[in-house]
Design a protein around this ligand. Structure first.
Ligand code: DON
Length: 567
């Protein structure tokens, strides 16, 4: 009886605390996987399982990172990669935080107007398809650098199960077979022949990538230099050049991943640590969160009119700054301090009103005083030692440039499209850039990737991130707010419908069939233009939350085949 009374009290309490969501949540189970000590959440079950296998062997998050990232290259060639790049944000068990930049770089022969014709117009497809779209890959450099510094196991034993996975085959999922079929003809055009992944592969078929198994075996034996200076580098450069590309052996040998100071800031009682330039993720996230901190989001309610308005207006202003100020910090001075100062951000929201939308045309990048002396996949890991990592890695578009190095077993990125090919002209994500993100030899293209770790009371609280191009930052933002402000579980927070504004084009992108008609009408009456077609599915967030009792809850996005595994 007492138990029943307690249950009724809990139910009525949660019902009175939780505002009725204005939008529908995906999935029926409110909680994700719960484990005691360790977890890997990634885009594929096989990759999460291999990460956990490495943890069980006594490895830590950085060993599991190498295994998970390489396993994604095997089972999730859509975005998992050896031919792309990424960013890592970590928090060690002792609270030390840091970040690693393994973003691709423009080749040495790259020039500012390389994607423009004689009249100065963008040549369609040149920065997105085929050999000219490829940036010098950083992934192998990144995973080796992180593992070498922090890992505990030897590379051979980490890569062993991954090599076996590539050699023994993996099963094609339904979503995957749809994507292979959709890309079949473009693969043939770009490669001049059929590749390993084609429209005949249907759900349940096995794919055996023996070429990738051989590449991984050489990496296990010879280390990172195999990829950048060894036989793999030679084969890769010959392949790219045979397809008309400009990447040289010197480009490969010169590539280095870099440790960076991450962006850290407070939001209420949370400390949020995210990726610094050349990703725009951390700075833009900080700008938005600081602009919205003063508003009572919790009282407004999850995806309520007022909450959506506040977020959208802050997003517009932050993306306007992104477009003007942000680029590779090794090439441009980024006024980070000014852009993230409280006074500046308070001022940015000064013209905001709940009455009506602020038109994008009346918003420009903010003026700052004087000079001061950013298809992808994300995975999150928490190990049994208390280390947490957030890693986002990408080929940019799905299967990158679509150019597939058959002899080596992997796709090459089309990350060059993340540069601003021409000031004011949108890239594939509709993002507009300026001088700060123009092309130069050896420069890194601006990213939106936002691998993020959140602390509460100086303890690890959450690790998360997502793919989604320009929508990455706002998906991470909404997931943090869903947990912190709206008290959703990690799985609910990940499942909840998402929206996005990036200043230009002046429209709110909203997930299709996800929001209530009332909210839609209310937003329209305030002057907001809504777009349900451009990005019908926004992001695939994978995260891990520490619960009050110390256990871990995984949030594996139902929008994909994403899976949490742990113990
Ligand atoms: O670095 C960036 O911002 C983009 N290249 C990420 C691409 C991406 O997320 C594609 N996924 N949908």
């Amino acid at each position: 009886m007492k138990k029943l009374l307690f249950l009724l009290l809990v139910i009525s309490f949660t019902q009175s605390c939780k505002k009725e969501p204005q939008s529908k949540l995906l999935g029926s189970n409110p909680r994700g996987l719960i484990t005691e000590t360790a977890m890997v959440v990634s885009a594929r079950e096989e990759a999460s399982k291999i990460g956990v296998e490495i943890l069980k062997k006594g490895g830590n998050a950085f060993d599991a990172m190498m295994a998970t990232e390489m396993a994604l290259a095997v089972v999730y060639p859509y975005a998992g990669n050896l031919g792309g790049g990424g960013f890592l944000v970590y928090r060690l068990a002792d609270g030390t935080k840091g970040a690693l930049d393994y973003r691709e770089k423009a080749p040495m022969a790259a020039i500012k107007n390389m994607y423009l014709d004689e009249e100065g117009n963008i040549i369609k497809g040149k920065s997105t398809l085929g050999s000219m779209a490829i940036g010098v890959p950083g992934t192998v450099a990144g995973v080796f650098k992180a593992q070498e510094r922090f890992g505990k196991l030897d590379v051979k034993s980490i890569l062993k199960p991954v090599i076996e996975l590539a050699r023994n085959g993996f099963k094609v999922t339904e979503m995957q077979s749809e994507r292979f079929a959709k890309n079949d003809s473009i693969f043939k055009v770009i490669n001049g022949k059929e590749i390993l992944f084609n429209k005949r592969l249907t759900q349940g078929d096995s794919v055996f990538n023996v070429a990738l198994a051989a590449t991984l075996k050489r990496l296990a034996e010879n280390g990172k230099d195999e990829f950048y200076k060894g036989q793999t580098a030679k084969t890769l450069v010959e392949f790219i050049q045979a397809h008309g590309g400009i990447i040289t052996l010197e480009d490969m040998a010169n590539y280095e991943s870099k440790w960076r100071d991450p962006i850290s800031f407070q939001y209420d009682d949370l400390t949020i640590t995210s990726m610094s330039p050349p990703s725009s993720g951390g700075i833009v996230l900080q700008q938005i969160m600081k602009m919205i901190e003063a508003f009572s989001l919790e009282d407004y309610g999850h995806n309520s009119l007022k909450a959506v308005q506040v977020l959208v207006e802050a997003e517009k202003r932050a993306y306007a700054d992104r477009s003007y100020y942000l680029g590779d910090p090794d090439f441009v001075d980024i006024p980070t301090k000014a852009l993230t100062s409280d006074v500046y951000l308070e001022n940015r929201m000064a013209d905001f009103s709940f009455e009506a939308a602020t038109p994008a045309d009346s918003i420009a990048h903010g003026k700052i005083l004087g000079d001061e002396s950013d298809e992808t996949t994300h995975y999150s890991i928490v190990d049994q030692f208390g280390n947490a990592i957030a890693v986002t890695t990408t080929l940019n578009g799905g299967y990158g440039s679509k150019l597939y190095a058959s002899e080596l077993g992997f796709f090459l990125n089309n990350e060059m499209d993340d540069f601003s090919s021409k000031p004011g002209s949108p890239n594939s994500y509709g993002l507009i850039g300026a001088q700060a993100n123009s092309i130069a030899p050896q420069k890194r293209m601006l990213s939106s990737m936002t691998p993020t770790i959140v602390e509460k009371d100086d303890e690890f609280f959450m690790t998360l991130g997502t793919p989604g191009g320009s929508t990455i930052i706002t998906s991470v933002l909404q997931t943090i707010l869903n947990v912190h402000e709206f008290k959703l579980t990690m799985q609910e927070a990940v499942n909840a419908p998402r929206f996005h504004h990036q200043w230009r084009p002046d429209e709110i992108r909203m997930e299709t069939h996800a929001f209530d008609q009332t909210l839609i009408e209310q937003l329209k009456s305030k002057g907001y233009k809504l777009n349900f077609e451009r990005t019908p599915v926004i992001g695939r967030v994978d995260g891990i939350l520490r619960l009050e009792d110390g256990r871990l809850e995984g949030g594996a996005d139902k929008r994909g085949d994403d899976t949490a595994v742990g113990f």
